[in-house]
Design a protein around this ligand. Structure first.
Ligand code: AMP
Ligand code: TRP
Length: 344
């Protein structure tokens, strides 16, 4: 039996928050027991919008530190930054020529990020999903743990894989490869917090770029910061419901219960069994204790790791060299399939 390969990425764009942790990183950690995992700090994706160079460097190390602090083992699995493995960019170019303009025009993340001034968005921001498809498919990964917001990009990656397999089917066969040269990568969107919402507005996603720091819990927030943000989190005047159905029209309550459930490793129903009928004040105190208990040690370990950049960098270069072995094998095959000439 071959063990399935997992790939996922996180952008080094500052302010890693509870949404990144519960929507993605917690699942990254779990998958280590059952899969071969490759976790990538996607620095090339980050520069699709302007990044201050010194800050980008710091942020690459910070995401790496978060991975390790959360429990990812960079020796058993692979942790690296994208720009150190050139095959990502090479395969992305081939995919720029496979994907259709019409497909990219439908991407909602581009529309959101480009905003009203679309003419002024970078070409990279537009082509971003093609690079993301390349990230995954250069390892021929089959499982991709992500938050809910990445679902559409995963569908695009599947379309690209299929069109490549179809367009080049003859050449794929002629070179002796399986006709499903690229697999169909599957999104793994799991847990009670696949979409963590802002603490200030339960209808908006918790995001790195929200101007209000009170909208999110950062992984580097200390205990006082976490407590303050949870106490100030928006709620409604009703007591908590006893059943999940009662959360349907109450986005803020739903979000806080989801966060509690995810941090405790329980279902929302179980959380409501304990807190249903009670006031938010009691629930919030319990949530503060739980959040400090779970996130405190991660934040502390991240701080320790970021004080040793030489160690963090060595993890990344070691990971990159192991990733490169897999990626260049795929890229060589792609070059042959497309009809390029390469040194042999
Ligand atoms: P990014 O910071 O955009 O690179 O996102 C890294 C990972 O975190 C991706 O898998 C996202 O889907 C996930 N993520 C980001 N924000 C949230 C959120 N508010 N709730 C759940 N998952 C999220
Ligand atoms: N686009 C993802 C995000 O913004 C990050 C990402 C880049 C990614 N490449 C990936 C996620 C490949 C999963 C697989 O969150």
């Amino acid at each position: 039996m071959t063990i399935e390969r997992v790939f996922s990425g996180v952008q080094p764009t500052g302010n890693l928050h509870l949404g990144n942790y519960l929507g993605a990183i917690v699942n990254f950690v779990k998958l280590q027991d059952t899969h071969n995992c490759i976790y990538c700090v996607v620095d090339m994706h980050a520069i699709t919008v302007w990044q201050d160079p010194a800050e980008l460097t710091r942020n690459i190390r910070e995401v790496t530190a978060a991975f390790i602090a959360a429990g990812i083992d960079p020796k058993k699995h692979i942790v690296f930054n994208q720009s150190q493995v050139s095959a990502h960019a090479e395969l992305a170019w081939v995919f720029n020529c496979v994907a259709r303009l019409g497909w990219l025009n439908r991407m909602t993340q581009f529309k959101e990020k480009a905003g009203k001034d679309r003419e002024n968005a970078s070409v990279g921001l537009y082509a971003y999903p093609n690079l993301m498809a390349a990230d995954i498919l250069v390892y021929r990964a089959t499982h991709v743990p992500v938050g809910e917001d990445q679902k559409q990009h995963l569908e695009l990656a599947r379309d690209i894989a299929q069109k490549f397999n179809n367009d080049f089917s003859e050449s794929i066969g002629a070179h002796g490869f399986n006709d499903k040269f690229f697999p169909q990568p599957e999104p793994l969107i799991t847990g009670p917090a696949t979409r963590v919402m802002s603490l200030r507005d339960g209808t908006k996603k918790m995001s790195k770029s929200d101007p209000s720091d009170y909208s999110r819990i950062n992984l580097t927030d200390d205990a006082d910061g976490i407590a303050q943000k949870i106490r100030k989190a928006k709620t409604d005047p009703e007591p908590l419901p006893s059943e999940e159905k009662g959360l349907e029209t109450r986005p803020e309550a739903d979000n806080l219960v989801g966060i509690y459930a995810a941090l405790a490793g329980k279902a929302k129903t179980d959380v409501l069994r304990d807190f249903g009928g009670g006031q938010f004040s009691g629930f919030k105190s319990a949530l503060v204790d739980l959040a400090v208990d779970k996130l405190g040690p991660i934040g502390a370990e991240m701080k320790k790791l970021t004080q040793d950049p030489a160690y963090v960098d060595s993890v990344l270069t070691d990971g990159a060299s192991r990733a490169n072995v897999i990626a260049s094998e795929t890229m060589n095959a792609v070059k042959d399939i497309v009809g390029f000439i390469r040194a042999k």
